[in-house]
Write a protein that binds this ligand. Sequence first.
Ligand code: SF4
Length: 290
Amino acid sequence: MTNLTDAFLELVRLTATDLAPDAESALVAARQREAPGSAAQGALDTILENVNLARQNSTPICQDTGTPIFYIHHPQGWSTRQLSEQIRAAVAEATARAYLRPNAVNALTGKNSGNNLGGHHYPSLHFIETEEDGIIVDLLLKGGGCENVGAQYSLPNTRLGAGRDLHGVRAVMLDMVFNAQGKGCAPGVLGVAIGGDRGTSYLASKEALLRKLDDTNTDPELVKFEAQVLEDANRLKIGPMGFGGETTVLAVKVKGLYRLPASYFVSISYMCWAYRRRRMIVADDRTSYE
Ligand code: SF4
């Protein structure tokens, strides 16, 4: 089996230091919507300058380099144990090279492992066997501040008058955005799953964040819904970093799951402006990144 450790290391470097083009374009467009000289525009100027410097110097886009979450699509016959070892070696090396901050802290002792490795769940690895010959690996570096303001709701929610339909889903999504205010480093992206059990719902909400920001949902009903919630969220005028302004949310990505008749969960994973998401493709012995 090919050793992909160096390729994984480059994936981590790119994700941590070189913001993906769709995320940067969304921030540039947001800047253009803000009033000249406003605090909102100033915040976006600083963000964009920081993005450029990080790219030039191969330094992290943000001091919190986030939880590494890998989605590995692999062909039949590949050893997930070996792939896991290679990814873990790459993560440790990326930490040694300061692409990643040592971020893995034992929840009971408070001790930092020092290399971003910690038990079975850190980094977070998801293996998916496919019928394709090549390997596709998506990496999310999910910041802690934005993770803290994510939320899961069980509908109906009487406080918000939210029933078990898209009106109710919209209400809880806007409640999450309102409660976050500037915390979680707006403008960000809402990854949302409707349905599932509590665990699968949260997992799927993060998978929604793997979509390109300018793509279109394959479900026509959700196309309109995503656009509507985006518009409504930005009407809250919380603005970049909570300074007030036109852009609070850059995009909304929603996924519908199956659920038990008894349950109706809505899980919202919020991803900050440091939208660190990259893909590595290995095909015909060539590795590329997007
Ligand atoms: S929420 Fe995002 S931008 Fe804010 S500190 Fe965390 S990683 Fe950085």
